[in-house]
Each structure stands twice: as C-alpha cells, then as structure tokens.
Design a protein around this ligand. Structure first.
Ligand code: SAM
Length: 195
C-alpha cells in the first residue's frame, strides 16, 4: 500500500467542523450539483475521508456506496457516518473491486494527494463501467500560484493540476471530457470512460 499522507488522521475527529471541512463545502456543492445519481448507482468515493460525500449522496438517492482511504481515523469517522456502506482502508492505485463495476467515482480534495496518479487513472479506468464517469473536485489555483505551490509542496501536500492538465491526463487513458465547472477556488472535472 502506498501511504504518503498521514496528517489527516491526527485531526479526523475535528475535520468536518474545522477549517478544511468548511473549506471543502465549495467542492462538495459542485459535486452535489453536477453528479448524476440514479437509484442503485454503484458509487466509489476515492479518498473518502470522513464520508461526508457518500452520506449526502445517500440522502439524495438510494445508492450502493463504497469509500476508500489510507487513513484509519478518517475511515473510523466515515464508518460511523455511513454504517451500511463498504468503507475500507485501501490506496487508490490498487483496489479490490471487479473490472467494470462502478457507475461513478468521485475524488474530492484528494486527487492532488495521490502519489501515483498514473496508476490511479489506470485503476479508475479498470473499475468503472463503460460509460461510467469520474468526478474530480480539486483546488482551482491561478497558474502562477499553482506553479509556486507545486514547487514548494510537491513532496508534502501533493501536486495540483489545472482542469486542462487533468483532462489531458485522463484522455490519454481513454476517458472523454464531459465538463468542467469552477467556483472561485474550487473546480470540478467530469470525465467518462469510453472504452
Ligand atoms: C483533504 S482530504 C478530503 C477528504 C474527503 N474527500 C472530503 O472531501 O471530505 C484528502 C483525503 O485523501 C486521502 N488520501 C490521500 N492519499 C490517498 C491514497 N493514495 N488513496 C486513497 N486516499 C488517499 C487522505 O487520507 C484524506 O482522507
């Protein structure tokens, strides 16, 4: 398992109500607005953290919810919040799910943390059904700020990509770009598996 990011575990109990949880609301809102859920949709939230997205999705629609994360204390909170879902410790590059299983994948404020993005993108392609969609909500920094942050923080906090860069990466794997939505510092990129 590829674990790089242990810092969330230390503040898992406070995550939702403190700075990061509040900052995340803009990202959550984009996901809640643009994610197409149907009854019985098989949904995997990658880097699910404390499970807020899965819980909220399940209030909108009766879904089959799955969440993975690498930090145990975040997962403990998620399991309490989503007691009837499959919430498990697992890194994003190597999951136990069958080929072509999910209708949709989400990654909220998590993609920039993933240490091996190539492997994650291949894994997303493997476990999504043909026609399935991935929704990536991640920070939207202006170009110069992103470059500086990536230079300073790449080994601490991950690497940030523009929506065009994310799209290009996923298109190389066999995804089609469906849409990009932005709201101040948040962006949502939606891609569909075409193969
Ligand atoms: C900023 S938190 C976001 C949590 C949640 N998605 C939300 O928006 O509330 C990022 C999460 O990604 C998880 N993460 C980091 N690297 C990961 C990996 N390789 N595989 C799965 N999850 C990972 C972290 O443990 C953390 O819980």
């Amino acid at each position: 398992m590829n674990k790089r990011d242990f810092k969330f575990d230390k503040r898992a109990d406070k995550y939702d109500d403190h700075f990061e949880g509040r900052l995340s609301r803009k990202f959550y809102e984009l996901l809640y607005r643009y994610t197409n859920l149907s009854q019985g949709s098989k949904v995997l939230d990658v880097g699910c953290g404390t499970g807020t997205i899965l819980k909220t999705f399940s209030e909108f629609e009766s879904i089959e919810g799955h969440g993975i994360d690498v930090e145990m204390n975040m997962l403990k909170v998620a399991k309490k919040k989503c007691p009837n879902m499959d919430i498990r410790e697992c890194s994003c590059e190597n999951t136990p799910y069958e080929d072509d299983y999910f209708d949709l994948l989400t990654a909220c404020m998590a993609y920039h943390h993933f240490p091996d993005k190539d492997s994650f993108e291949k894994e997303a392609l493997r476990i999504l059904k043909p026609g399935g969609k991935i929704y990536i909500a991640d920070p939207n920094f202006p170009h110069p700020i992103r470059k500086i942050l990536n230079f300073l923080c790449r080994n601490i906090n991950g690497e940030f990509f523009s929506s065009d860069e994310m799209t290009e990466r996923f298109e190389k794997q066999g995804f089609k770009h469906i849409g990009t939505y932005k709201d101040h510092y948040a962006q949502l990129v939606i891609l569909q598996k075409t193969v």
